[in-house]
Design a protein around this ligand. Structure first.
Ligand code: CTP
Ligand code: CA
Length: 223
């Protein structure tokens, strides 16, 4: 039998989602980026809005259309994402960090285009804030969800992040798996909490979003 969801089961909930890959400028024409396309985060924002939540999407640059009924805050760098998220965090019931945030940024952002010379060029990078870890420090009653894209020791690495960052759920995905991860329309993930590991089959990113929001809703209800 087809499962019918109670409509608007996330009504009255405020959910903030981050998505996309941050861009860290080097000069007026170049940046350091990553392969994130934003698809997973946009699907989560879109599904949450359909289920009645008041959704804020803090997004790094992507080529995706804005989901309907979602407030969009556009950012470029990790620092801008940090500022935007911290400004909104206090009023949220749930924060889902699907964005691929650059761990490092160029120490200097040149105001003029870097010219090539005959010698090699060495870039100096400095650390960006860990947004999710900062959220974990001011967690309160919020449900915090992280993502972990790993190329090895998937479960162990993801579980370590869950505990270290003081979050409730982490969505672990093996970036070496077929038809999963960056740019794919499908994803294969394990949803890990302190006492449970739910391994999902390869699903559309929309379906992954649905399953994740079901899990989040259980937390909101205190189940
Ligand atoms: N994250 C974040 N701020 C950062 C880096 C990561 O909020 N500066 C969040 C991501 O949005 C994701 C989670 O932390 O939800 C895990 O990101 P990941 O890159 O897998 O973990 P890191 O803690 O950065 O560890 P590492 O890259 O060394 O594996
Ligand atoms: Ca990282």
């Amino acid at each position: 039998a087809k499962q019918i969801r109670l409509e608007e089961d996330l009504a009255d909930k405020k959910i903030l989602v981050t998505a996309g890959g941050t861009q860290e400028p080097l000069d007026p024409v170049r940046y350091i980026g990553n392969y994130s396309t934003g698809k997973m985060g946009y699907k989560i924002a879109s599904e949450a809005a359909k289920r009645g939540a008041e959704v804020t999407l803090v997004t790094a640059p992507t080529s995706l259309d804005a989901p309907q009924n979602v407030e969009i805050i556009k950012v470029q760098t990790a620092q801008e994402m940090y500022q935007a998220v911290m400004k909104e965090e206090d009023s949220q019931d749930v924060i889902i960090k699907a964005a691929a945030v650059a761990d490092y940024r160029p120490e200097v952002r040149e105001s003029n285009k870097i010219k090539k010379s005959d010698s090699n060029l060495t870039l100096k990078l400095e650390r960006n804030p860990d947004i999710l870890a900062e959220l974990g420090k001011v967690k309160g009653d919020k449900v915090l969800v992280g993502f972990a894209a790993e190329s090895e020791k998937l479960k162990a690495n993801a579980k370590e992040k869950l505990i270290k960052k003081n979050i409730d759920l982490i969505v672990a995905n093996d970036i070496t798996a077929k038809d999963a991860g960056f740019a794919s329309d499908t994803n294969q993930v394990i949803i890990i909490s302190e006492d449970e590991e739910v391994e999902l089959p390869n699903l559309s990113k929309r379906e992954v979003a649905t399953r994740l929001l079901d899990k989040v809703n259980q937390y909101l209800k205190g189940e």
